[in-house]
Design a protein around this ligand. Structure first.
Ligand SMILES: [Mn+2]
Length: 493
């Protein structure tokens, strides 16, 4: 293993010791603070399970962003907390953390994969960026947390499956054919060895185990299948043409129910279709690739396929039921499981309502050269604006050649949420929506922004909206211009 990975794992052990000491001293509670998305919820679940197994008392808070007012609330009652563990966030907010917590009185651990900003004085931080390890593809917040959990006790190796779910939630399965690279690969190996995960090649369609084949086709956005994704009629038609029966008796068949022959027919039809629509052959082929099965989970259930598990947790977060998600990650398969099924069905209804909202309000889409903006204020909830614009793009309502920004009012008013979505293709050209949003935030007071190349978000005071968006557009235009000039140089060379 490369030296940078060894160094990273060594630091994971050091931090595990800090946590073990804090548990042993037993002079207070541990507070886990994590991010509201799938990766954050699994990270919290991994650390919570680890502490539970170690007999420690703890509390979990799941938050949208580590803003100053939230940090102020979290730090209330800190006298009774001897250890704070931040997962999947914190590295970008080191100054805020240190402002509210006295690291001489309370131990502070940060397990994150977002780029660190500020000094970490007194804070115990594990972050791939500090080891020149890529935080977008090599390891997720859940992965970072997993390595610490594993260093605390061997028994936690079974939590590797959750870390895989977290990484999928953050779209890190970007190696060849949906495989993982770097530290993520190490986690998958652990999970396979611990017999909690099975990896095989199959159709990478959404809802492989639980949805009727035609809905799986319709809902698959990664990879995007032109004329199929988001188009229910076309999905039916394709299956009829291929003579693949939709039902067995009264039951809809899922992808998992297809015979080998049916699968082969479907794969080649989908690849042909993509190629005809100008999709590159690599991308077209990516319809087949690694699928990850959590073998201990109920067959046909919502948690057996890692990608479905991930989207279930995502729904929990977006629907204000993060606690249900954490309980799922901690192994509750009774009440939390039932609650999660309810959350999922409500979430689907809500999304499809919102998608129709966009098509009913086309005038709210503003087009620029490299950016398309959907103004969803008082129309779309800020917690799902990113997903909604992402899906709207998959349904061809928004452009896939441009950066898409969705805007929503944030709860409590006074702020807007800006959600930026890019595409694989734009990222490969060197366009980073995360950078565009954070750079613009530097210039304007009261704006907080963060995220990745492919998806990112910002929280902006209402009165700064115009100024901020203008700056973001300028940044994106600059990035496009730069990528064009690089391309020209390469063409010339
Ligand atoms: Mn993350």
């Amino acid at each position: 293993m490369e030296k940078k990975y060894d160094d990273f794992l060594k630091k994971a052990e050091d931090i595990a010791d800090v946590i073990k000491d804090a548990i042993k001293n037993n002079n207070g509670q541990t507070k886990i603070v994590s991010h509201l998305d799938t990766d954050g919820i699994t990270a919290a679940g991994i650390i919570a399970t680890t502490l539970y197994r170690a007999g420690a008392s703890f509390q979990v808070s799941i938050i949208r962003q580590l803003e100053e007012d939230i940090m102020a609330t979290l730090s209330k009652g800190k006298e009774n907390v001897n250890l704070f563990i931040f997962t999947d966030l914190g590295s970008g907010q080191l100054d805020i953390v240190r402002k509210y917590l006295d690291t001489k009185k309370t131990k502070v651990v940060i397990l994150d994969h977002h780029p660190p900003i500020g000094a970490e004085d007194g804070v115990f931080q594990l972050n791939p960026h500090l080891f020149e390890i890529n935080g977008s593809y090599d390891v997720s917040g859940a992965g970072v947390s997993y390595f610490v959990a594993r260093a605390i006790h061997e028994e936690n190796k079974d939590l590797s499956a959750l870390a895989v779910v977290g990484s999928i939630g953050d779209r890190q399965d970007k190696g060849e054919q949906g495989s993982f690279i770097g530290l993520n690969k190490n986690i998958v190996d652990d999970a396979v060895n611990a017999q909690v995960l099975e990896v095989k090649k199959d159709l990478r369609l959404f809802g492989r185990m639980t949805r009727p084949v035609h809905t799986a086709l319709e809902y698959t956005t990664d990879p995007f299948i032109p004329s199929i994704t988001g188009n229910r009629d076309a999905c039916f038609k394709l299956l009829v043409e291929l003579q693949i029966p939709l039902k067995k008796g009264d039951e809809w068949r899922s992808i998992a129910d297809l015979t080998t022959e049916e699968r082969t027919k479907l794969v080649s039809a989908l690849i042909t279709r993509s190629l005809q629509h100008g999709v590159s052959s690599d991308e077209a082929q990516s319809i087949v690739g690694n699928v990850y099965t959590l073998v201990k989970e109920k067959e046909g259930g919502i948690l057996r396929d890692a990608r479905e598990f991930a989207s279930c947790l995502n729904a929990c977060g977006r629907m204000g039921s993060a606690g249900v998600g954490v309980a799922l990650c901690m192994g509750d398969r009774k009440r939390a499981y039932k609650d999660a099924e309810d959350v999922l069905s409500k979430y689907r209804t809500r999304l499809s309502d919102h998608i129709s909202l966009i098509s009913d309000n086309i005038e709210r889409i503003v087009d620029f050269e490299n950016v398309q903006i959907f103004d969803g204020k008082r129309l779309v909830d800020d917690r799902i604006i990113g997903t909604v614009v992402g899906l709207a793009r998959s349904s061809n309502m928004l452009s896939s050649e441009k950066i898409v920004l969705g805007i929503a009012l944030q709860e409590g008013e006074g702020f807007i949420k800006v959600s930026g979505r890019s595409t694989e293709k734009l990222v490969s050209k060197g366009i980073s929506i995360g950078k565009a949003l954070s750079d613009a935030a530097q210039g304007i007071e009261g704006v907080e922004a963060g995220g990745h190349d492919i998806a990112a978000g910002a929280r902006v005071p209402l009165e700064k909206e115009q100024e901020y968006i203008k700056l973001v557009r300028k940044n994106i235009d600059k990035q496009f211009a730069k990528s064009e000039s690089v391309k020209n140089v390469q063409d010339d060379g």
